[in-house]
Design a binder for this molecule. Structure first.
Ligand SMILES: Cc1ncc(COP(=O)(O)O)c(C=O)c1O
Length: 345
């Protein structure tokens, strides 16, 4: 970009306005004081909408925009049984008068709960796949597409987490919003931190950090897989974005902090539940055990180890996920019952 001439990078990219933007950027005053380190800010992307809420909505504005440009009638996507992305896609489809088919990994829960309850409510159709089938999803997608084509529909397939070159625009645009947040607040955060599940949020922020000149370090805690997986996935998405939109971008670091996946995707150590409860009580912010709570707990551990000693301001991106909290109610019950500070009747 030439200095002084701002060419809107997202100009002419198909987009449907779905999210309530901009989301607030607020300082967690009490938690920052308690931790005794840099000011911790939270970008409230859990507030992009009520039921569709979370980071996926930013990506889906562009994904659904492309689907409508192609005159698609059915959105197909995939994820875990309690996928926030699948729930967001199902609601977006209903909002736009389209059909939605979800390919979900695992067996449906006996009781409809959390995201799966909402998927059902808005009329999504389902394919339940085994973990083995899910490892090579192309055939699953092809079968579902074929089914809808035979019915005279026009399917549009969205990869896991809407993390591809189209979905990247969601967080490229979020970087633009952050730039304006920082200018209004007069801050220059050294780090922007998020959870990484399929990499699209981090990939978009990495590109947006350059295009919108944030000069921050983009960092993520992976909640599944490992650092090598995310390095490969995010570089591939960025390369596809460069190719498709004919842009240039110097090589960027992909700073994944590995080591906090715990017992696995969708499961968390008791420590994470404790952190979720603590943040809820100190700041009234609700995190979830699968993504934001796991990443925030990891962030606090790294803060305690001194990783962010030099920083003055850090932004934690709250990517949503509240509906994934409810199926974990039993684990919270344990944490709550062991709370010695709760007065007994
Ligand atoms: C609540 C929440 N936070 C974070 C993420 C991770 O985002 P990404 O898949 O773009 O890495 C996801 C989805 O995977 C999510 O549902």
């Amino acid at each position: 970009m030439k200095p002084g001439i701002f060419v809107d990078p997202a100009k002419d990219i198909p987009r449907i306005s779905l999210a309530r933007l901009p989301t607030p950027l607020t300082c967690l005053e009490r938690l920052s004081k308690e931790q005794g380190g840099p000011r911790i800010w939270i970008k409230r992307d859990d507030l992009t909408e009520t039921a569709i809420s979370g980071n996926k909505l930013r990506k889906l504005e562009f994904t659904a925009g492309e689907a409508q440009t192609q005159q698609a009638t059915v959105l197909i996507t995939s994820g875990g049984i309690q996928s926030n992305h699948c729930r967001a896609t199902a609601i977006v489809a209903a909002r736009l008068g389209m059909k939605c088919h979800l390919i979900l990994r695992g067996k449906p829960d006996k009781v409809l709960d959390g995201n799966l309850l909402l998927d059902n409510l808005v009329g999504a159709s389902f394919t339940f796949a085994t973990a083995k089938q899910f490892k090579t999803p192309d055939q699953l997608y092809a079968d579902v597409e074929e089914h809808y084509r035979a019915l005279g529909e026009k399917p549009f397939s969205i990869p896991l987490g809407a993390s591809d070159e189209i979905g990247l625009w969601g967080y490229i645009e979020c970087a633009r919003e952050l730039k304006s947040d920082f200018q209004h607040l007069g801050i220059h955060p050294e780090h922007i931190i998020s959870a990484a599940g399929s990499g699209g949020t981090m990939g978009g922020l990495i590109v947006g950090n350059v295009l919108h000149e944030l000069n921050s370090n983009i960092m993520a805690f992976n909640v599944c897989d490992d650092e090598a997986w995310f390095q490969r996935k995010i570089s591939r998405d960025i390369r596809s974005w460069i190719k498709r939109y004919k842009r240039e971008l110097p090589d960027q670091p992909i700073n994944i902090i590995d080591g906090y996946v715990g017992p696995g995707y969708g499961r968390a150590d008791p420590h994470v539940y404790e952190t979720i409860r603590h943040v809820a009580r100190v700041e009234g912010i609700i995190l979830d055990p699968v993504y934001t709570g796991k990443a925030f707990d990891a962030f606090l551990q790294e803060l305690a180890k001194g990783r962010f000693r030099q920083a003055s301001d850090i932004v934690f991106l709250h990517t949503g996920g509240i509906f994934g909290l409810f199926p974990h109610r039993d684990l919270f019950a344990d944490a709550l019952l062991t709370d010695a500070a709760t007065p007994q009747p």
